[in-house]
Write a protein that binds this ligand. Structure first.
Ligand SMILES: *Cc1c(COP(=O)(O)O)cnc(C)c1O
Length: 343
């Protein structure tokens, strides 16, 4: 964890634990945030449950689907999310809109969920501004940085995470940009006592003392730290700086092609490693046909999404082996396939 803290430039007061992925990390973080929020009204949810507990607003701009899933599991409900308007042309919360909402909340506990790397566009919430608001109005700040936390590795992008250390909890994934196999997420917290109140599994046979089984939903678990440790030993900070910088450069390369092509439309500036685009004037069926064709033709896997209600396509660059030649191949396949569906 010390290695990962260094990689992400996190302060020493963050404790980390491995979980199965960012979804589970978001769940663990939000469970801890819920513990905190209800404690403000004298309620120990880990002991008493949610019966008669007050509702806790969860304020977010463009939360990942796993945030909603977590809220469902936690008994807070997907509807506890209140969507805060984004800045014009961005997928980042308008801090003044959040301020207004927090003022109206009148000092009652609230949970703010920020995106550090929004899944469609790679956009970042202004963590410095959001952290300041949370401090002023007494809200919990959770940062979902499943892939975006790796911006910290590259000096050219590290500014996107300014203010990160004011977060109460942070999520990231190892099985995205760290390039370890699936089943690797990490939850960081500055409130380990609260997290252990939620996840403690006291039983005589388990023994006493500090143990990670009191920190996450799991008791038995595999040795997730091993592949993470090995890759960090093998490539180090310099290796991840190179990988992150290269992924972002390749995303720019694809983004520039899309922007210049009349057959495609770039839907968002490339903020980090994600290119969000669509076919010029296509409906969902045409987009899906295009993606299927692309996968068959060029063995290129791009994922469908919806962006501002439009059928869209996203390309996310995280793999250690991707090169400029691969992007050239993707571009050639895109052009071949778009001609084939005769737009
Ligand atoms: C991928 C992702 C998740 C979910 O991660 P899993 O590892 O699939 O559980 C959550 N948030 C963001 C922003 C993501 O990109």
């Amino acid at each position: 964890m010390a290695l990962l803290r260094t990689l992400f430039a996190l302060s020493d007061d963050f404790e980390g634990a491995f979980v199965s992925g960012a979804t589970q990390a978001n769940l663990a973080a939000l469970a801890t945030a819920r513990q905190w929020a209800l404690q403000q009204s004298g309620h120990d949810v880990s002991e008493e449950g949610l019966w008669n507990a007050p509702r806790i607003p969860v304020l977010a701009g463009t939360p990942h689907a796993s945030i909603l899933k977590s809220l469902s599991i936690l008994g807070m409900g997907r509807q506890s999310v209140e969507y805060i308007p984004s800045l014009p042309g961005r997928q980042a919360v308008d801090p003044s809109a959040l301020a207004q909402r927090l003022v109206a909340n009148d000092g009652k506990p609230a949970i703010v969920v920020a995106s550090a790397g929004e899944v469609n566009t790679g956009d970042f919430d202004d963590l410095e501004a959001l952290g300041e608001l949370c401090r002023t109005y007494g809200a919990w700040l959770h940062v979902d940085g499943a892939f975006g936390l790796f911006a910290a590795c590259d000096p050219a992008h590290a500014h996107l995470l300014r203010g990160l250390n004011a977060a109460d909890s942070i999520t990231t994934d190892g099985h995205k940009w760290l390039n370890v196999p699936y089943d690797s997420g990490i939850v960081f917290t500055r409130h380990i006592t609260l997290q252990e109140q939620v996840f403690k599994a006291a039983a005589a046979y388990l023994g006493a003392g500090p143990d990670l089984l009191h920190r996450t939903p799991e008791n038995s678990r595999r040795f997730r730290a091993l592949p993470a440790w090995m890759t960090l030993m093998a490539y180090g900070r310099a290796g991840y700086q190179e990988l992150v910088a290269r992924s972002c450069r390749l995303a720019q390369q694809l983004g520039q092609h899309i922007e210049q092509s009349a057959r495609f439309e770039l839907l968002s500036p490339v903020h980090l490693n994600i290119v969000c685009f669509t076919l010029a004037e296509a409906d969902t069926a045409q987009r899906d046909r295009f993606l299927a064709l692309l996968q068959r033709d060029g063995q290129v896997l791009l994922t469908p999404t919806l962006f501002a209600g439009k059928p869209a396509i996203r390309a996310a660059f995280v793999n250690w082996s991707t090169t400029e030649q691969d992007v050239e191949r993707v571009i050639a396949a895109l052009e071949r396939c778009v001609r084939e569906i005769k737009l």
